[in-house]
Design a protein around this ligand. Structure first.
Ligand code: 13P
Ligand code: SF4
Length: 394
């Protein structure tokens, strides 16, 4: 087994252009203190007009989100990117895997720009292609590979999505994981004893969906540890399992704890707990509602004035919801600050630099997935986009 790739390499300069990991952001950025940044961003956007389409993920900073033509969760943004063939430039204010997906879903005449290339995702880095291929080979050796459908969370690199495309698998997001799992199990419904899913990189989304939405038990799930020989599992465990969960997680959502949920319930009468499915199973079990960032926003919008909510997701979004709904009592489900550091790397100086460069005819920080990877990744992404519409609760 070749598990030489270390996840979570330090983010910084000149590390690895082909992965989610941090890389150098070349170019002279305007200083963050420049009071004219807002005007400069507006002017550059106005000059570019319809040629540019700016997408903003819900975890982006306010200073950036104000310039987004559309905001959304990762599923909605993938759909929105695919729905704008006339835009020459897609400026993606989000993280690397989202920009890659936008590049795959847009036409060859369109260029996708990520304002800071070091905006990666530590969870996406927890499954690298060589590790996934090792796991796939091990499943063959265990005699179970024919029963397995690979399902990757959107939060994965393009080559992992391509792996799924090549091997009969699918991509899912936090808003359609249940439908994607149903699709995956349907592919093997003809087999005696049904099929299995290899789910990566987020064990929590996989477990929460399997147990709370699909009616599987915790005993039906095993965790594949890419750092251990044979994933740390016996052939019998692989044969018995229905869900093989990759040992990956989100460092932001992993911080929420059941203890804080208990404390809030004890101190704030009627408080409702609303969390993202990347939270641990223990936290999700104690929550009232679970869903994607888009689901979280729609839930708060529909909530009655005076209602109380503790939200377990990234802090930029929770702060924005609290500011936008002063008639509701909205708190963060954690005492400590909990931003996604890589999402936060997209700031106004980087956005201004990217937009002004486009005005000058220079495409900076282009995300360009190679044709072969793109072809196979598109198969898995398209299977997701073809899932029945009710999978996305918007
Ligand atoms: P959504 O799929 O809800 O947009 O979440 C993406 C993400 O990165 C959550 O950590
Ligand atoms: Fe990745 Fe977590 Fe940040 Fe989402 S919040 S981009 S999963 S590190």
């Amino acid at each position: 087994m070749t598990t030489v790739d270390l996840p979570l390499l330090p983010l910084g300069r000149g590390v690895d252009l082909t992965s989610e990991r941090g890389v150098e952001c070349p170019g002279d950025l305007p200083p963050a203190s420049d009071p004219a940044l807002v005007e400069r961003a507006r002017a550059a956007k106005d000059t570019l007009g319809e040629r540019v389409f700016v997408l903003g993920h819900h975890y982006q900073r306010d200073e950036v989100i104000q310039f987004a033509d559309v905001t959304g969760d990762s599923f909605k943004l993938a759909r929105d990117a695919a729905g704008r063939p006339e835009a020459e430039y897609i400026v993606f204010c989000g993280v690397h895997f989202m920009a890659e997906s936008a590049d795959i879903l847009t036409g060859p005449h369109q260029k996708v720009v990520l304002p800071d290339l070091s905006a990666g995702c530590s969870m996406a880095d927890m499954a690298v292609l060589s590790q996934v291929e090792d796991a796939w080979d091990a499943l063959a050796e265990a005699g179970v590979q024919d029963a397995v459908v690979p399902v990757t969370y959107m939060n994965s690199s393009a080559d992992i999505k391509a792996f799924c495309g090549r091997n009969g698998g699918i991509v899912c997001t936090s808003s359609n994981a249940e439908m994607a799992l149903e699709w995956a199990f349907d592919q093997k419904a003809h087999l005696d004893g049904g099929g299995k899913v290899l789910f990566f990189p987020d064990q929590h989304l996989g477990r929460n969906t399997a147990v709370l939405k699909m009616g599987l038990t915790l005993d039906d799930c095993v965790v594949w540890d890419p750092q251990k020989p044979n994933g740390g599992l016996t052939t019998q465990q692989l044969a018995d399992a229905t869900m093989i969960l990759w040992k990956g997680h989100c460092s932001v959502h992993g911080r929420f704890t059941p203890e804080v949920v208990d404390k809030l319930r004890a101190t704030v009468p009627g408080i409702q707990i609303l969390v993202h499915p990347e939270c641990t199973h223990e936290v999700v079990l104690k929550a009232d509602l679970v869903g994607s960032t888009e689901f979280i926003i729609k839930t708060i919008e529909a909530a009655p004035a005076g209602s109380s909510w503790a939200i377990g997701t990234e802090l930029n979004l929770v702060k924005r919801l609290a500011n936008d709904h002063p008639d509701k009592n909205i708190v963060f489900l954690e005492k400590n600050v909990c931003y996604c550091s890589t999402m936060n790397r997209i700031d106004l100086p980087h956005l201004v630099w990217a937009l002004e460069s486009l005005v000058k005819g220079m495409v900076v920080n282009q995300i360009d997935v190679d044709d072969e990877t793109e072809r196979h990744a598109l198969v898995a992404l398209q299977r997701m986009l073809d899932l029945p519409g009710k999978s996305h609760r918007d």
